[in-house]
Write a protein that binds this ligand. Sequence first.
Ligand SMILES: C[S@@+](CC[C@H](N)C(=O)[O-])C[C@H]1O[C@@H](n2cnc3c(N)ncnc32)[C@H](O)[C@@H]1O
Length: 394
Amino acid sequence: MTDTAFVKRVKRVKRRVSARVHDFYAVCPPGLRQLCYRELTGLDAAIKDICVVPGGVAFSCKLTDACLASLWLRSPSRILMRLTRFKADHFSVLEKKLAAVDWELFLPAGTDPAIQVTTHTSRLYHSDAVAQRARSVIRAALGGKQVQPQLLQDEKYPQTLMIRAENNLFELSVDMSGPPLFKRGIKKQVAAAPLRENLAFAILDAAGFTARDVLVDPMCGAGTFAIEGAMIQAGIPPGFFRRYAFETWPGFSPAAFAHLRGLAAQKFCNAGSVFASDIDPGAVAALTTNLSGHDFLASVKASRQNFFEMLPNSFTQQKGVVVLNPPYGRRLGNSRDTTAFYREIARKLAADFKGWKVGLVFPKKQFGDLNHLNLRPMPFFHGGLELAAGIGTA
Ligand SMILES: C[S@@+](CC[C@H](N)C(=O)[O-])C[C@H]1O[C@@H](n2cnc3c(N)ncnc32)[C@H](O)[C@@H]1O
């Protein structure tokens, strides 16, 4: 590209991408849309038209503010940027409309995105054929698999294009996130059956956890609740330690994003208190590895301990929040074992955590075993299982 052509393109990217308000869509797990709505409305950014829609929350803003949302939102799984909408009921029309998109303004040269297509009640119902048309148009526009930006060469930061067709109306979106947003970029190790970080956040939030609360995670595994809680206490954005697909986009401003990260970093504080423990030494070792190298995680005290022998008065004078993600399903053996285990947990919480706020994950059908704790169930799906978090006060 000549210097003049480059300067012209930079100007077009600024005019057509950076300076404009676009439509975005935060994809949320079932049950987390209202929380995402609340998070979005609480951001210090020029975001408008925030609206709960099927599968997520829609909003409009400039790209920089959507980058800020990606940095700060804890509940969504990913954020998509809408590129265009058009009607097409024939492949020739589809190809023409695809070719009319200024791909080079949105994606870097050499990008060969993964293409996900869903079609409903549309004449062009063959998703592979739609994807194939889109692939050849984009390869022609962006030069196919040439030298890709460094971040895209790394498989962990893939670029995906989503194409959705309903009643012949096509909607094209690019994924901003790359790896899902619940990947916070901290965990080097996972233990058995980890919760996703956005679900852990939703449970902490429902249990009433705030940055000022002491947090106890007595079946911590590799520490999902503990790390999420410590980040909230320290005021650290959930995306601070990760990278995003949008960092490769021509419209992305590294300086503006560095500024947003810098503003967040100025406010980090290390005053929190998290007690994380597990009966399994392997889990404690995994948590210790995850904590290492992060100063702000010094607020997390990791230890090996049997929950049923734990006395919170021995390590804190303050009543706070206790969250548990106990083993369930096959790992506990038959249903009688599971019932007995959950009853024992309920008894322990009632006896030694009286007055503590509780978030307790359990298989939905086990709810009856927690009766006397008076928890309200917050249903969710995880790993294909119907679970719930019991929320309330012990
Ligand atoms: C489902 S895993 C927790 C996963 C964790 N929340 C995460 O996201 O990484 C359940 C954990 O409970 C621990 N556990 C089971 N019985 C326990 C007990 N009596 N005391 C403490 N931990 C226990 C297991 O060792 C296991 O690590």
